[in-house]
Design a binder for this molecule. Structure first.
Ligand SMILES: [Zn+2]
Length: 223
């Protein structure tokens, strides 16, 4: 997750899209925006899941790479690191909200500048929700490690709160990727995260919105 540049070979191109034999670019999905950066001098404006599990780099202009050519990939690291910090923040917040209220996550949108999480929660009390954000910031100050490892699916599913999504079940695979904020949260997750909570620096709640009977939305950002 900390690989900022890499060498790869071009597997295929189609219009503005390029598929490489390996990549450090993380595709759009699971509530996270896709990575941006460069392949040689060509600007990558998005990364998406292509056909047959491929990862397609979307260029600003039609691709002019030859199949088999060796290229240099380079992430827009400032943006990507913010996505990692935002995403880990979302895990921490959802864990605290879930522990305090039993709320499940009904949606999230992780972006570099501003992110949001939707909770299924009957109660709408801004003051109380702010205290959960304060608690999240106290956890960040303690700087626990964020660990990533694989676990057998049936073992992982025994962990309380392993999935906090209201609608999605973990993928039907033998081993699940686990992301653990030591002492705070353990979730099955495929996304990009920081290695220690202190990298987030601080979570700034921006707005709480009442989105219907039991749907609450939190917008937040990071410095
Ligand atoms: Zn996640």
């Amino acid at each position: 997750m900390y690989m900022k540049d890499f060498t790869a070979k071009v597997v295929s191109t189609e219009g503005n899209q390029v598929v490489l034999d390996q990549t450090a670019f993380n595709p759009h999905g699971g509530g996270l925006v896709g990575d941006t950066g460069w392949i040689d001098d060509a600007k990558v404006v998005d990364t998406v899941k292509g056909s047959a599990d491929s990862i397609a780099h979307v260029l600003e202009a039609p691709a002019s790479f030859a199949v088999g050519a060796q290229v240099q990939g380079k992430l827009d690291w400032d943006r990507r690191h913010r996505i990692m910090r935002m995403h880990t923040s979302a895990h921490l917040l959802s864990s605290i909200f879930n522990k305090k209220t039993g709320a499940l996550i009904t949606g999230n949108q992780i972006e570099p500048d501003k992110s949001r999480i939707d909770f299924s929660l009957e109660d709408f009390d801004r003051e109380r929700m702010l205290t959960y954000c304060t608690e999240a910031n106290a956890a960040i100050t303690k700087n626990p490690p964020v660990k990533t490892y694989f676990m057998k699916r049936e073992e992982a599913l025994k962990i309380p709160g392993i999935t906090k999504l209201a609608t999605a079940a973990p993928p039907d695979v033998q081993e699940l990727r686990i992301v653990e904020i030591e002492g705070y949260d353990t979730q099955a997750d495929g996304g990009v995260h920081v290695q220690s909570l202190g990298e987030i620096v601080r979570i700034d709640p921006l707005k709480f919105e009442n989105k219907g009977k039991s749907n609450r939305r939190l917008y937040f950002t990071i410095p």
